[in-house]
Design a protein around this ligand. Structure first.
Ligand SMILES: Cc1cc2nc3c(=O)[nH]c(=O)nc-3n(C[C@H](O)[C@H](O)[C@H](O)COP(=O)(O)OP(=O)(O)OC[C@H]3O[C@@H](n4cnc5c(N)ncnc54)[C@H](O)[C@@H]3O)c2cc1C
Length: 306
């Protein structure tokens, strides 16, 4: 790095220190992540409002500091070296209702929100009642279950593109199975979303969410740290878990990371695991599945800082 680069780098960080009250430095990210692994954020900012989220991302861009936006970090694997520059945690959590139209900020936690809506007899998001994470993260990955996904109920997304705010319709955002334009273009930040709900029967909605939770407790190794399914399913008829199981990998362990005995698409972090352990396990699973069945598994979990 030249002297000039170094001066600009330090100046950019000084601007962030001035502009973002409560900015923290060298913050361990592992305790904030579902995987419980990974190194520190060089700078960390918890954005409690949509204005604060947009301001933090915009300011970092203007001064040339790399910026990563996280929701609840339930679908990310952060490198052991951590994240350079600014990490912004979306903690803008408010929502409003206009009849059956929901406007919700990106940092809202999805399961709590869905339960609250069901309690008010508002239906449409039950499939997501037990998907951990934030609304923003769910938009980015088009989170879903049981053949339904967020893009089925979204009517609009308020986003930051670089340093400019826009409202986009779902058809402009290239949604697909566990993907969207946001996954391809990291310069896009979800600020809030609008979702079309409908009336439903309160107790039936709450029952449906409880049944799903029960089903997940039976199927998922929730006693271990994970990000849920590690790989995308090649198709509805061909789940990644079956390909991994057929390759004889249930229980396969590499370092402190293991293919769950209970659900083969859960690559779990055992106590003391590092991000590198999980990366090495995932690479070996991909290699053996390719060798066994010819299928190339694709990661659903996002790697950051590698
Ligand atoms: C036990 C378990 C079960 C799970 N079950 C399911 C399931 O059934 N279905 C399913 O789809 N997923 C499932 N997941 C995965 C995860 O819950 C979802 O992917 C979730 O939507 C991620 O949200 P998040 O806020 O944690 O996103 P994060 O992990 O914080 O972020 C994911 C990606 O989105 C980006 N991002 C986050 N917020 C924003 C924002 N506001 N603007 C721009 N980019 C942003 C991040 O940079 C990152 O690249 C499961 C996870 C676990 C641990």
């Amino acid at each position: 790095m030249s002297d000039l680069d170094d001066i600009l780098r330090r100046e950019g960080r000084d601007v962030l220190r001035r502009e973002l009250p409560g900015l923290e430095e060298a913050v361990p990210l592992a305790p904030l992540c579902a995987y419980g692994v990974g190194g520190p954020a060089e700078l960390l900012y918890r954005a409690a409002t949509t204005g604060a989220l947009a301001h933090a991302v915009r300011t970092a861009r203007e001064v040339g500091v790399p910026v990563t936006v996280l929701g609840r970090a339930t679908n990310v694997l952060i490198s052991d070296a951590g994240l350079p520059g600014l990490t912004v945690l979306a903690r803008n959590e408010a929502h409003t209702l206009d009849g059956e139209l929901l406007m919700v900020e990106a940092g809202a936690e999805l399961p709590g929100l869905v339960a609250e809506l069901a309690g008010q007899g508002l239906a449409g998001l039950e499939f997501a009642g037990n998907i951990p994470g934030s609304v923003g993260g769910a938009v980015v990955g088009n989170a879903g279950a049981y053949g339904r996904s967020l893009s089925d109920v979204l009517t609009g997304v308020h986003l930051l593109d670089g340093t400019t705010e826009h409202v986009k319709e779902p058809r402009e955002l290239d949604f697909g199975y566990r993907t969207s334009l946001f996954r391809r273009l990291p310069e896009l930040t979800v600020l809030s979303a609008t979702i079309e709900l409908h009336r439903g029967e309160r107790s039936a909605l709450l029952d449906e969410i409880a049944r799903d939770a029960e089903l997940r407790r039976g199927k998922h190794p929730l006693e271990h740290a994970s990000c849920g399914s590690y790989f995308k399913n090649p198709s509805r008829e061909l789940p990644a878990a079956r390909l991994i199981e057929d390759a004889g990998l249930k229980g396969f362990t590499s370092g402190r990371a293991r293919v769950s005995e209970r659900h083969a698409n859960f690559l779990v972090a055992l106590p003391g695991a590092t991000a590198d352990d999980i990366v090495a396990l995932a690479a070996e699973v991909k290699r053996r599945v390719r060798e066994h069945s010819g299928h190339d598994l694709v990661e659903e979990v996002r790697r950051l800082g590698f």
